[in-house]
Design a protein around this ligand. Structure first.
Ligand SMILES: C[S@@+](CC[C@H](N)C(=O)[O-])C[C@H]1O[C@@H](n2cnc3c(N)ncnc32)[C@H](O)[C@@H]1O
Length: 304
């Protein structure tokens, strides 16, 4: 039988929330904040939050299945000092986390993406290291534990101008996560540990939302409606359009890819007096960006 998550309270809907996230409000107290990137099933996030009840913990994970498992664990342990965010840590750091608001950022056994053409997916490239530095307070720490020697060397090669001093060593198993257990079972008994201490500040400002311009057009012909994809620095792909003639509302499914942020959402075209209103459909949790504006522009153009 499938086990259900027990409580959604620790889940923070970062796309819908006021940004940057206000930790004191989210946790109901001011305390040092640690952020785990890619917590998997939340083994270590929960263990560490139990170990340090005087600290606040934020976990970011891309996979919903992992978030569900972590929510179960958090509820099972009765923890009030953990919040979890579903999504890619990179846009979250860019757009939702204020500069100098974290005390520690850590990632355990991140995917090493060994193939060269997959390196773009790797965590801790030079730009991300500067971003993490900017989100840490003075003296804050970024911590990496990995099984993968080549990825470890790659991260060590990325440290120039990131404002960190580094301490690297190999260590025995110590965090008891799924991936540590996996590599241990396959015979690996030493792992690569990197502790980065912030000694200089890298100023990387928060990426702010753009002011959205929604549109009202005079004409919309569902049968002829075919918005054009955008393939520039920003990619906008229109996937499908559904039209309900009874309610005079069309919904177009869009994917917008810009920098590290990918958004899937719907845009509605809805009868409004003698014209049609074009806007992101309510409830989609869209982060207002230049790419979302391009999607709205393309729909307006397709109506005219
Ligand atoms: C190899 S697993 C390790 C999981 C866990 N830390 C452990 O030690 O068992 C890597 C995890 O990082 C997550 N992940 C990868 N890239 C991420 C990103 N950019 N933001 C958030 N999570 C990410 C993956 O979904 C996956 O759950």
């Amino acid at each position: 039988m499938r086990a259900y998550y027990r409580c959604l309270k620790p889940l923070v809907l970062w796309r819908e929330a006021a940004r940057p996230l206000d930790w004191a409000t989210l946790f109901g107290r001011a305390a040092p904040v640690e952020l785990e990137i890619g917590f998997g099933s939340g083994d270590y996030l929960v263990a560490r939050a139990q170990q340090y009840p005087e600290r606040n913990f934020v976990g970011v994970e891309m996979e919903w299945a992992g978030v569900q498992r972590a929510l179960r664990r958090i509820a099972g342990a009765g923890l009030a000092n953990v919040r979890v965010l579903l999504g890619d840590a990179r846009p979250i750091l860019w757009r939702a986390i204020a500069p100098q608001s974290l005390d520690r950022v850590y990632t355990l056994f991140p995917c090493p993406w060994p193939k060269k053409h997959h390196h773009k997916h790797r965590l801790l490239d030079p730009r991300q290291l500067q971003l993490i530095n900017s989100r840490l307070r003075a003296g804050g720490e970024c911590y990496l534990l990995t099984d993968h020697a080549e990825y470890f060397q790659w991260v060590l090669g990325n440290l120039t101008d990131t404002g960190f001093t580094a301490f690297a060593r190999t260590v025995p198993p110590q965090v008891d996560t799924k991936y540590e257990r996996k590599w241990l079972a396959q015979g690996q008994s030493r792992f690569y540990e990197l502790t980065l201490t912030k000694t200089q500040h890298c100023p990387v400002p928060l990426l702010e939302d753009v002011a959205m311009e929604t549109y009202r057009v005079r004409q919309f012909e569902p049968a002829r409606f075919q918005p054009t994809d955008v393939n520039e620095d920003i990619h906008v792909a229109f996937k499908e359009t559904r039209y309900d003639p009874a309610r005079q509302i069309a919904m177009t499914r869009v994917v917008v890819v810009e920098d590290d942020l990918t958004q899937h959402f719907w845009i509605e075209i809805v009868r409004d007096g003698d014209g049609w209103r074009i806007r992101p459909a309510p409830g989609c949790g869209v982060v207002p960006t230049v790419g979302v504006q391009r999607a709205l522009d393309a729909i307006r153009d397709a109506c005219q």
